[in-house]
Structures are given as structure tokens and as C-alpha cells.
Design a protein around this ligand. Structure first.
Ligand code: MIG
Length: 795
């Protein structure tokens, strides 16, 4: 039976329901609800509800139905049911495999079936869709993976775990699960997202080269297909569906220092003082579980931290922000108010017999809030009040897979019950959402408690959509070169899975770091969207000064550069917030038609302007770098390289292989050690002009609060045109109502071969200085809302 409305076709086959809906011109949703299960689309990942598909033409023939939007068409052949897509350029994608198709999965090698008689089980059968793997298709994304960028030919498991220490790149699933893949073929992208919070598996042409399959262990099969055709189109729609990364407070982009644990207030003070005395930038200090009273969340250890409010006020005075850890487990202790209240209100997960489910984590025996229940989330959010009152400004959600100690590295048994405030579900059905829901509770709590502030929440676990609640850090890595290598693809994989705000622990968590490893890691770390150094209890300390010289100076120089780059990074965060574009990007993001970029995951782009190729081996000063099309300037020597080219870069310690794209302005602050340390005046636009043209955007706002929503921000473009001996730079007219506090603006043009004949600002002579030795031209300008044209005549 076929029914339809304006943008949806609904099929009833036996007791099964299949719906295909056009949500937007480039986005289709397929829902398969077997065996009488109710039509139900999850709320955990998906946020957008009011879709405008535009006109949808639904055409019904005897054995075929099509839904056509202005951009793409879904094709349903009805006997047997097979679903596939084309776009208006005639490209086919996400085509059901003609033999196997979609349905309840009964056994390996057998076709899934639709319309089998109803079985009255809560969980339902495993469900799967088999798609054709078309020639030339490459799969990317899949969330938090340490394996390589190109996932073609692999199996990917989506099931959140707290892995044993020292995992290798073979460890498939980690702390967060994002069952999304971005597919590229011949420069064109499409996307696929399977929305299920139970265990999910993708076979990306692993078993058979002509097939890929996507399955959930039980329940419904709900998937979304994005028609692209660019990677940016796919990510824009995916993040509209699952939510945008909020704008962070500006200080959250600065460097953070952490340790499991700084154990006393005095130790925290000493760390803070060392940063300032040693002139090393740092914005944020992290307080790990030893700050707690017997590991009870939302408390303070009265011995080590007798006066948290006083400590945090001192830190604020020194320009630091403090972030406190909150674990998922609540210590069973009737004298402990948090536990007692959760118990009295009956907000914990249950055993099948109806008792509170208990397991052991840091505090000993614990219960676990049922975050699927909205009432639990509100209650949990309120618990953050004493931390904020003491001066804590950010919340660090840990152990939220949930990770349990009995047995080690385990999680909840599948039959634990999440009562859900009325809609009970088994743990296996909601497992992958637990971390996201905890982060959501924290974020919503912070928003209620400090409505004028932008919440800062960091989470270890998450599901698709985690980006709208928290930034994700990648948990317990190791202080090894191998883990540094793995980090590069891991952050690229996250970026193209909607999690733009992410970072790995700089220096590595488990095991002893070394001066060289820390220095190399920091060289890479300053380009991580989230830049925090963290290490485990039993390991050697790894603060930037821990290994002496030359490593301390290298870390200082790198972190100073990060701090100078904050206006550039903040512009990228705003773009990510608005469009879903990752901050740290694979090369193919900008070069989808260049297949050489598909596997080039030991280097990456940071925004449009920077190409970064970290050294990830000890004792090595050279490495291969692929320079993609365009002209690029080496950061340290100014040497120009025209891509595409494979080069051997010289990258001695302290001078990582970093390149800046020609004609792409980079806004920079003056050097400083934390946000607010000094006035950000002057603002420098750094630019490497070269024959041709280019443009960049600069966005700024208060860096806190929400006045940007009332128009108080400032966005402008900077364009550069070079034609023979004429360089024309236009700093565009300001959009938005903010009035930046600075008065001075400086244009710094690099690699100018000789002293210019004349430099004009509009028609008048400009104030400028040429540094022949450095080949740099500095033009002094004033801050103004109107546009400024700078004309450099070389002859
Ligand atoms: O079982 O709070 O990933 O960053 O330092 C370890 C102690 C619990 C795991 C986190 C790590 C943190 C540590 N936590």
C-alpha cells in the first residue's frame, strides 16, 4: 500500500512501514519500522524539525515511485523494494544493492526481509540496508577514528567504549560514535547518516568490493542521505540536521593546561604562577578528580581545596579560567546530598528487577543518572550551581560512555533499564546516547545558571549531534609518536563528522612524554581547534617547561603563535558555527577533485589559509609534504611553492612545516599570554601577495555572551589583487554594529622583493615601512568601519 503527502511517501508492507521523506532539496530521510513498530524519529541526534523541502514532485507508476526536489530525486522500485538517489546532474548515489536491499537481517549472506510476521519483542530484529559501492567512491568520516582518512574497504563499529590503555589504530570504536560517512567520487560528495543509538556497523565495501552495508543491531532503520554535491554542502546540511557547534567564549580557544591531577590548591597556584613567570601563554586550568571529596561529583576535597572560591578568584585575577571535572557515576552514600536527592527523586538507571543499577567507578559503588529522562537532565544541570558559584567557568564531562570498573573498561549491561520518565528503554537501545545526554544536561544547566554566558562544556563520549552540546576531546591517548600520528587523522575524521571543536591531549596522556615529543606535539597542537595539554597521574609531568631547554622555548614560541592566531581561529569557529565547516580540515575539503588528497592524512588545512604538515617521528628534520594546487608560502623562510607538488620539507625542531596560501589574509593579535592580558591593538593582517587574487574573511565579536545575535559583531572581507607591479589590498567595509576597541590596524605584506615606489591609502600617500632584510612591507592604518584600499606600486 502506498500513501503520500506533499513531501513523503509511505509504504505499508505486511506489518512493516517504510517512509521516504524529502526534508530539504538535498536531504532525504528513509525510515524503516519493522514488525508493527511505531514510526519514531530520534530526538538525540536530530534537532531541526521544520524542514522546507521546497516543491516535491511525487510520481507514482505501477512498480515505481519517485520523489523529486529541485536538487535530487529518490527512486523507489516497489517489487522488491529498492531505494536509490540521483541528482540533477545525473549522478547516482546511495543505490540499494539490487539483490540484498533493506530489511530485517536474518543471517550472513542472506537478503534482509521486509514484511515478515510480527514478533512481539521490545528490541526487534537487526536491521540493515545494503548499498551499491559504485566505482570510484571513497568513504570518509565515521567520527572519532584513529585509523586513516580513507575508510574504503573497512568495517566501522559504532559503540562507545572506554578502551584499555595504549590502544593502537586497530582499535575500531572509541569513546564517541557518529554513524555518518561523507562519500567522495570524482570530486563530488554525498553523505549518509544512520540514526540509531544502539550498536551500529558500517561495512564500507569490506566484505565485498561492490557493496557497502549499514546496519543497527536492533530496532528501526532510520537513515538520511545528503546529495551534496560539495563536502561543504553535505556538512552544512548535516549540521543543520544535528545541530551547530555553538560559538565558544573566546578564552576557550586559548591554551589549556591539565593534569590528573593537580592535587592541592597550592599546586594549582604554583602551576598558574609558573605560566606567568615563564611568560608562557595559558588561558585555562583543568581541575581533575582529586579536587573532589572522595571523588563525589560536585564537591571539593576539604583538605587539598579548603577555599575553592578564594583559589578561583586568585586564578581569575591572574587571567585564568578554571574547568572542573564531573563524572557520570554518583557515589552511593546517604550522607551525600547529590546521591540522596537523585535517589529520593528516583532518577537513576535500574536493574531489570527495578533496583538502582550499581557499579564501581572512582568513588567506589555508584549509581548512574538516567539522562534519557528530561527531569534527570534538569536536576543534573542544577547540581552545577555550587561549582559555578565557586568560580568554575567550564564543565568537563568524563566517564560518560559510561565507563565502568567492573569488569575493567566495561559499560552497562544491555538489560539495564533507563526509565526515561515514562518511556523506558533498555541500555542497549540508548547506549551511544548516554554521553551526549550528559553533556546536554551540563550545557543546559550552565545556560540556566548563567544565561548571559556562553557555556563551556567538554565531553569524552558523545553521539551524532554532540557538537551542539560540547566540544569533544579524544580521551586517553598515549605519549608515543604513534599516537601523535594517529591524532592527525583522528581530528580530521571528527571534523568531517560535524565535530569541528575537538582536540587530543597534547603531549599524550598515558606514559612518559619527552621534550622532543612534547615540542613536536605542541607544534601540531596549536592548530587543534581545542588545545590542551593533559597527562595521567603516574607519568612524568609535561607542562611546557617540564623538559627544560630547548623544549620550553619551542613550546613558548608555539603557544605565543597560537595566541596571535586567535582572531583567525575565532573567525573559523564562527564559520563552523554557522556552516558546519570543520576548523581543522582534510585537504580534500578544499580539493575534492584531487584524488591525491584522499589519503593525505598526515597533513591538513587549518581554515583556508594554513597548510600544516607536522613532524611525527623522533630525530627527524625532514618530511614529505604534498602541496595542493595554488601558491603557498613557507612560514619560516617565505619560500614560495606552487602546487600541486610533492616536496621534502626541512622542519627542524621549532619550525614545523607550515604554509600560508597566497593572497589570503590572516588576522593576528599582538603577542600576549591570555585573552584580555593586553589590549588587542594593533590588529595585523598578514598577507603574502602573489600574482592573481584571493580573499579572506575576518569575524569578531565580544567573544562572550549573545550580543552578536543583536547585530553586535563585525565581519569584513580582505581581498588581494596582484597584477604585475601593482598590489591592491581592500580591507572591506564592516558588516555588523560592533565598534572594535582598537585604534590601529597594520597590514603586513610578506615576501615583497624590493622597496615599493609608492604606497597609497586611497588617493593619499600611506604611512609605511619596508624591511629589506625580511622582505616585509608594513602599512599603518586606523580602525574604521568603511573600506580601505591600499595600493602598492612596485615600479
Ligand atoms: O579512569 O579523571 O579520560 O582525562 O584525567 C580515568 C581522571 C578517569 C579519564 C579521563 C582523563 C582523566 C581521568 N579519567
Amino acid at each position: 500500500m502506498v500513501a503520500k503527502d506533499a513531501s513523503k511517501v509511505c509504504l505499508t508492507i505486511g506489518s512493516d512501514t517504510v517512509e521516504v521523506t524529502a526534508l530539504a532539496p538535498d536531504l532525504f530521510r528513509v525510515g524503516y519500522f519493522p514488525q508493527g513498530r511505531a514510526v519514531d524519529y530520534s530526538f538525540v541526534a536530530v534537532i531541526a524539525q521544520d524542514w522546507q523541502s521546497g516543491p516535491v514532485a511525487i510520481v507514482e507508476k505501477v512498480d515505481e515511485v519517485t520523489l523529486a526536489t529541485s536538487a535530487a530525486t529518490a527512486h523507489l522500485s516497489l517489487d522488491p523494494l529498492r531505494i536509490g538517489f540521483t541528482d540533477h546532474a545525473g549522478r547516482s548515489f546511495a543505490l540499494d544493492d539490487p539483490v540484498l536491499g533493506m530489511g530485517c537481517f536474518t543471517g550472513s549472506g542472506e537478503a534482509p526481509v521486509i514484511g515478515v510476521p510480527s514478533r512481539s519483542e521490545t528490541l526487534g530484529m537487526p536491521v540493515r540496508v545494503h548499498k551499491q559501492h559504485l566505482a570510484g567512491e571513497h568513504y570518509f568520516g565515521c567520527g572519532e577514528r584513529t585509523g586513516e582518512l580513507d575508510k574504503t574497504g573497512t568495517r566501522q563499529i559504532f559503540w562507545n567504549v572506554d578502551p584499555p590503555r595504549g590502544q593502537t589504530a586497530l582499535e575500531n570504536n572509541l569513546y564517541a560514535s557518529i554513524p555518518f560517512t561523507l562519500v567522495l567520487a570524482e570530486g563530488q560528495a554525498w553523505g549518509f547518516f544512520l540514526d540509531s543509538t544502539t550498536r551500529v556497523e558500517f561495512d564500507l565495501a569490506h566484505d565485498e568490493p561492490q557493496r557497502a552495508w549499514f546496519g543497527a543491531d536492533n530496532g528501526d532503520l532510520v537513515y538520511y542521505v545528503f546529495s551534496g554535491p560539495t563536502p561543504a554542502d553535505v556538512l552544512a546540511r548535516y549540521t543543520e540536521l544535528t545541530g551547530h557547534t555553538p560559538l565558544p567564549p573566546l578564552w576557550a580557544l586559548g591554551y589549556g593546561q591539565s593534569r590528573f591531577s593537580y592535587e592541592t590548591a597550592e599546586e594549582v597556584r604554583q602551576i598558574a604562577r609558573s605560566f606567568r613567570e615563564r611568560d608562557i601563554p595559558c588561558d585555562t586550568l583543568y581541575l581533575d578528580i582529586d579536587t573532589l571529596d572522595g571523588y563525589r561529583v560536585f564537591t571539593w576535597n576539604p583538605v587539598g581545596f579548603p577555599d575553592p572560591q578564594g583559589l578561583l578568584a586568585e586564578l581569575r585575577e591572574m587571567g585564568f579560567h578554571a574547568v572542573s571535572i564531573v563524572d557520570a557515576g554518583v557515589k552511593v552514600d546517604d550522607q551525600y546530598a547529590v546521591y540522596a536527592e537523585g535517589k529520593a527523586r528516583d532518577l537513576y538507571c535500574k536493574t531489570p528487577e527495578g533496583n538502582d543499577y550499581q557499579n564501581v567507578v572512582w568513588p567506589g559503588i555508584c549509581t548512574f543518572p538516567d539522562f534519557t529522562n528530561p527531569e534527570t537532565r534538569t536536576w543534573w544541570g542544577q547540581q552545577h550551581a555550587p561549582l559555578l558559584d565557586a568560580g568554575v567557568e567550564g564543565i568537563w564531562c568524563d566517564m560518560n560512555e559510561p565507563g565502568l570498573f567492573l569488569p575493567p573498561n566495561s559499560t552497562m549491561p544491555p538489560d539495564v533499564v533507563h526509565p526515561g520518565g515514562g518511556k523506558a528503554q533498555l541500555h542497549i537501545q540508548v547506549h551511544n546516547s548516554y554521553g551526549s545526554l550528559m553533556a546536554q544536561a551540563a550545557r543546559e544547566g550552565l545556560l540556566l545558571l548563567r544565561p548571559d554566558r556562553r557555556p563551556f562544556v567538554i565531553s569524552r563520549s558523545g553521539y551524532a549531534g554532540i557538537q551542539r552540546h560540547a566540544l569533544l576531546w579524544t580521551g586517553d591517548n598515549s605519549s608515543t609518536w604513534e599516537h601523535l600520528t594517529m591524532s592527525l587523522s583522528q581530528l580530521q575524521n571528527l571534523g568531517i563528522s560535524g565535530v569541528g571543536w575537538a582536540g587530543v591531549d597534547v603531549g599524550g596522556y598515558y606514559g612518559d612524554s619527552s621534550g622532543e615529543l612534547l615540542a613536536r606535539w605542541t607544534e601540531f597542537g596549536i592548530f587543534q581547534p581545542f588545545c590542551r595539554n593533559h597527562s595521567e597521574k603516574t607519568t612524568r609531568h609535561q607542562e611546557p617547561w617540564a623538559f627544560g631547554e630547548p623544549y620550553e622555548s619551542i613550546c613558548r614560541d608555539m603557544l605565543k603563535l597560537r595566541q596571535r592566531l586567535l582572531p583567525y581561529l575565532y573567525t573559523l569557529f564562527e564559520e563552523c558555527h554557522r556552516t558546519g565547516a570543520p576548523i581543522l580540515r582534510p585537504l580534500f575539503w578544499a580539493y575534492p577533485s584531487d584524488p591525491a588528497t584522499y589519503s593525505m592524512d598526515d597533513e591538513f588545512l587549518c581554515g583556508d589559509a594554513f597548510l600544516v604538515a607536522p613532524v611525527t617521528r623522533p630525530g627527524v628534520e625532514h618530511r614529505h609534504v604534498y602541496i595542493p594546487a595554488g601558491s603557498w608560502f613557507h612560514w619560516w623562510t617565505g619560500t614560495r611553492i606552487d602546487g600541486p607538488a610533492h616536496i621534502l620539507a626541512h622542519a627542524p625542531l621549532g619550525q614545523p612545516a607550515v604554509y600560508v596560501r597566497a593572497n589570503t589574509a590572516v588576522p593576528l593579535w599582538p603577542e600576549m599570554n591570555y585573552v584580555g592580558h593586553e589590549e588587542a591593538d594593533p590588529l595585523t593582517y598578514l598577507l603574502y601577495p602573489f600574482e592573481g587574487s584571493g580573499s579572506a574573511t575576518f569575524y569578531e565579536d565580544e567573544g562572550e555572551g549573545y550580543e552578536q545575535l543583536n547585530g553586535f559583531y563585525c565581519r569584513r572581507s580582505i581581498t588581494s589583487d596582484v597584477d604585475g607591479g601593482n598590489i591592491r589590498v581592500v580591507i572591506g567595509e564592516q558588516e555588523g554594529k560592533s565598534v572594535p576597541a582598537r585604534r590601529h590596524v597594520r597590514l603586513e605584506l610578506r615576501e615583497i622583493a624590493s622597496e615599493p615606489k609608492a604606497v597609497h591609502l586611497g588617493k593619499a600617500p600611506a604611512t609605511w615601512r619596508y624591511d629589506a632584510e625580511q622582505r616585509r612591507l608594513f602599512v599603518d592604518l586606523h580602525e574604521t568601519a568603511s573600506s580601505q584600499l591600499i595600493h602598492v606600486s612596485m615600479e
